[in-house]
Design a protein around this ligand. Structure first.
Ligand code: KG4
Ligand code: ZN
Length: 334
């Protein structure tokens, strides 16, 4: 088979990223410029600042990815880019860069869904075997996605309010931890004891949906009440209790979905897949079953362009190309 190389671009949120992927599963380069330092003092991503940084960074990052991969434009088979969902201004920077490069070098253009990218990060580690189920847990998404084949995505459950990463970040802010708070809560949880009683949102018995806003409010109320009564409350214990509640629900629903849909593989995707507690618990549970569990290394869990290149390869094989009308679509469906 002739080798196929894709240059992939990702700018949906606060990471400017470019990567070159060979045959959909081999990383030749994966460059990520994080803007976290610029957003930290605002306690979250400021869309206008994100767009400005993307504009400044995009050409440098693309050049770096191409150089590191030791490749030239005529060797590429396509240019791929995240078309949505995400911040519209941020998406547009990547989409326009991709369109310009595709036009200039006469290459096919491939628009990729950001969550398809997170899921396909797993293809950079191992061959995907269908049917499979993915737990997508990020700052903007919490979903169970069933796939019976490449490119076929069926969302069987999703959050009805906050995404799990969002709940982590909000709880972290209440505990006065820096943005993004997920990794900080994870670190505190590892040294705390889950001794504080917090709710679990199971919803209807058959439902694969999630809800995290009640849990988030319960943490905020617990802290508020303790402060009013002048009672000391350990941040570590509160983090451990919050994390235990989140993980219990995620793991139970994941196990039930994997079993009901009789899948061969269970994948985890998105920024919160970097969570140590979640990784350990899911691995321990699936290791007891015949279902193979796959969780990407930390660098491929959070936003990157390598995952966009992996997802784009399937579209390249099927010749599912985009035309120059491709636009940033903040509400794109999977
Ligand atoms: O996928 P991602 O990089 O961006 C989105 O597409 O949303 O996910 C970012 C989210 C943030 O909410 C961040 O706090 C969370 O992932 N996160 C974590 C951990 N590392 C990142 N949450 C819990 N534990 C972690 N170790
Ligand atoms: Zn993401």
């Amino acid at each position: 088979m002739e080798n196929k190389y894709i240059l992939a671009i990702e700018t949906s949120c606060d990471e400017t990223a470019a990567a070159v992927i060979k045959n959909g599963n081999e990383i030749l380069s994966n460059v990520v410029a994080s803007q976290i330092e610029s957003h930290k003092r605002f306690g979250g991503v400021v869309p206008e600042i994100a767009s400005r940084h993307h504009v400044e960074q995009i050409t440098v990052i693309i050049e770096e990815a191409m150089k590191e991969a030791e490749i030239d434009y005529p060797d590429l088979s396509a240019i791929a880019v995240t078309e949505g969902p995400g911040l519209v201004g941020a998406l547009l920077i990547g989409v326009n860069a991709a369109k310009a490069l595709a036009f200039a070098h006469d290459l096919p253009l491939i628009g990729v869904h950001h969550i398809a990218g997170h899921i396909y990060a797993n293809q950079l580690i191992t061959e995907l075997k269908f049917p499979l189920m993915t737990l997508v847990v990020s700052g903007g998404h919490t979903e169970l996605v069933y796939m019976k084949d490449h490119g076929s995505f069926e969302v069987i459950g999703e959050t009805r309010d906050d995404a799990v990463g969002e709940a982590y970040d909000k709880v972290a802010r209440t505990l006065k931890l820096p943005y993004p708070g997920g990794p900080h809560i994870d670190r505190l949880a590892a040294i705390g004891t889950p001794s504080i009683d917090l709710p679990r949102a199971w919803l209807e018995p058959e439902s694969y949906d999630f809800s995290f806003s009640g849990l988030k409010s319960a943490v905020i109320n617990t802290l508020h009440n303790a402060n009013q009564k002048g009672v000391e409350i350990s941040n570590e214990d509160l983090a451990a209790s919050f994390q235990e509640s989140v993980i219990e629900v995620l793991v139970e629903k994941s196990k039930r979905a994997a079993k009901e849909y009789n899948v061969k593989q269970f994948l985890v995707a998105g920024g919160v897949a970097a969570n140590k507690g979640l990784r350990e618990k899911l691995t321990a549970e699936f290791d007891k079953s015949a279902i193979e569990i796959i969780i990407p290394p930390l660098k491929l869990c959070t936003d990157n362009a390598a995952m966009i290149g992996a997802a784009a390869f399937i579209k390249l094989e099927k010749k599912h190309f985009s035309d120059y009308r491709l636009n940033g679509n903040p509400g794109l469906d999977l």
